[in-house]
Design a protein around this ligand. Structure first.
Ligand code: NDP
Ligand code: HEM
Length: 502
């Protein structure tokens, strides 16, 4: 038997020569019987798997989550059941629009995806470094993403596509302002916050439920790049955030985040001034003060990038008892999309890949076979339910409690009386300081300046609706007539679209 150091074929047979292809004579053609060459080449030909359709560029690390407050009155989740309880996690951070080789410093939201290996199965929280999102209906997601990718003809990033869609989608403004503030270019993955963005549901052992939002606040302090720094890094060190995370952990400087929760009772939610299922809105901290409940520390680098990071499959529909979806339409759309894309990207048995498989629970069900089945496939046990041969059985005590739903089936726009410009205006006036505001305006002008004038005007009108000064400053930076922007801002969305159609 070859020892561990002997090079072998994929089937374990020793390889005698890995430098010279077998040929008919020294200068002759290659021989088909060089099975080692054939195997090696064929495997190489298949090395690439599809990259993620979004969030393709990323970095990951292992760590631990520790509970620091008693939250048992809000959730029955076992991994949150006790102060001091620790659960293994795997985190992946990413940019959104670029390809696998794109620059880490790009202006883009950053993905903040977590997998908790709990004793009740894997719980995934797939969030971003922003508390809100551009759109609130999943039907718009593929179109939105197309505008962030490359032009179908030129294969170039296209400011007209980018701003045409956003300026026709007023609910995007809140996220657009966050993206074009310096938080759109975090200095590293360690120096940014992570948010669930969506509202989720927690329920306790008595079946009472709550609406919640997750905020992972960086313990390294927020640190951002200016656009000049981010442009420079894109050329000089395009992998800077990947390197920063790996080096920090390797040098014994593990980054950590404090988990704060915003929690609302159903009674509080009923007449709340914002639609709590609208992912373009936050819950102001003054209304719902965040509660510190835990800490996540990332202290172990992956040993192999492909098997641990590239093959990681996060899914917002991976819940554990005590945590469930909310009616947020975007979230509901996501509950379908991730499993579906993993089947395409990684195959039907992607849950068996070690980084995705449960570590503290055992997966037992009647799903069988499929390509690349690598466990015992259920062994000789029954492959149907119900059975009377001792196969795994459902446990009704783990079900989410029933809750009332009603309504007519239809396609409804958001109709909450609160408009989409209040929170962006508050962000501009309240959360940003003078320097942030100046950088925001410069960042917008630098990018929007690449779009054609009628699109610039339409987008400027949205800035003016959030805050007249912001509209004026961007218009001035672009050399646009402020009175025309104010006229467009006073129109309805349909009138504005018609007035700027050509
Ligand atoms: P608060 O003053 O209580 O909170 C302001 C928040 O803004 C802080 O969480 C701060 O984060 C964050 N912030 C500061 N600069 C930026 C930026 N450039 N991009 C994104 N967030 C930033 O105010 P309110 O809760 O009343 O919210 C006011 C506005 O702040 C909102 O309209 C929203 O745009 C923004 N915001 C609100 C959040 C919330 O959950 N309520 C969360 C994040 C943003 P930090 O503490 O990390 O510095
Ligand atoms: C990745 C779809 C909205 C955060 C992905 C992927 C898809 C997808 C198909 C690729 C997954 C993979 O190949 O493994 C969607 C759809 C959305 C949506 C259809 C809306 C309807 C959001 C929102 C957030 C988000 C609102 C944040 C709050 C992420 C993150 C990843 C991701 C962090 C990367 C996960 C990883 O690191 O592997 N999304 N997404 N997405 N999405 Fe979304």
């Amino acid at each position: 038997m070859p020892d561990k150091k002997t090079m072998t074929t994929g089937f374990g047979a020793p390889i005698g020569n890995d430098l010279n292809t077998a040929t008919a004579g020294g200068r002759g053609p290659a021989l088909m019987q060089d099975v080692h060459l054939l195997e090696k080449m064929a495997h190489f030909d298949r090395e690439r798997i599809p990259e993620r359709v979004v969030h393709a560029k990323g970095a990951g690390a292992h760590g631990v989550f520790e509970v620091t407050a008693d939250v048992t009155r809000y959730t029955r989740a076992a991994f949150l059941s006790k102060i001091g309880k620790r659960t293994e996690v795997f985190a992946r951070f990413s940019t959104v629009g670029g390809e696998r080789g794109s620059a880490d410093s790009a202006r883009d939201p950053r993905g903040f995806a977590l997998k908790f290996y709990t004793e009740e199965g894997n719980y995934d929280l797939v969030g971003n470094n922003t508390p809100v999102f551009f759109i609130r209906d999943p039907l718009k997601f593929p179109d939105f993403i197309h505008t962030q990718k490359r032009n179908p003809q030129t294969n170039l990033k296209d400011p007209n596509m980018f701003w045409d869609f956003l300026s026709l989608t007023p609910e995007s403004l809140h996220q657009v302002l966050i993206l074009f503030s310096d938080r759109g270019t975090p200095a590293s993955y360690r120096t940014m916050n992570g948010f669930s963005s969506h509202t989720y549901k927690w329920y306790n052992a008595a079946g009472e439920y709550f609406w919640v939002k997750y905020h992972f606040k960086t313990d390294q302090k927020i640190k951002n790049l200016t656009r000049q720094e981010s442009d420079h890094l894109a050329g000089s060190d395009p992998d800077h955030a990947t390197r920063d995370l790996f080096d920090a952990i390797a040098s014994g400087n593990p980054p950590s985040w404090t988990l704060e929760m915003q929690i609302m009772t159903p009674e509080q939610a009923k007449d709340y001034r914002y639609d709590i299922f609208d992912v373009t809105k936050v819950w102001p901290h003054g209304d719902v003060p965040p509660l510190v409940i835990g800490k996540m520390t990332l202290d172990r680098n992956p040993v192999n990038y492909f098997t641990e990071v590239e093959q990681a499959a996060f899914n917002p529909s991976n819940f554990v008892p005590g945590i469930a979806a909310s009616p947020d339409k975007m979230l509901q759309g996501r509950l379908f999309s991730y499993h579906d894309t993993h089947l395409h990207r990684l195959g039907p048995n992607y849950q068996l890949i070690p980084i995705n498989a449960p570590r503290c629970a055992v997966a037992t069900n009647y799903q069988r076979d499929g390509a690349m089945r690598t466990d015992d496939g259920g062994g000789s046990g029954p492959n149907y339910w119900p059975n009377s041969f001792g196969g795994p059985a459902p446990d009704a005590s783990t079900l989410e409690p029933d809750y009332p739903l009603e309504g007519e089936a239809g396609r409804f726009p958001y109709s909450h009386p609160n408009d989409d410009f209040i929170q962006p205006g508050e962000l501009y006036r309240k959360a940003l300081n003078d320097m942030d505001r100046t950088n925001l305006v410069g960042n917008i002008v630098g990018h929007l300046g690449g779009a054609i004038p009628r699109i610039q005007k339409r987008q400027c009108a949205l800035f003016a609706k959030a805050d007249p000064e912001l509209g004026q400053r961007v218009a001035a930076g672009l050399g646009l007539d402020a009175s025309e922007i104010n006229r467009l801002a006073a129109m309805t969305a349909d009138e504005r679209a018609a007035a700027t159609a050509s």
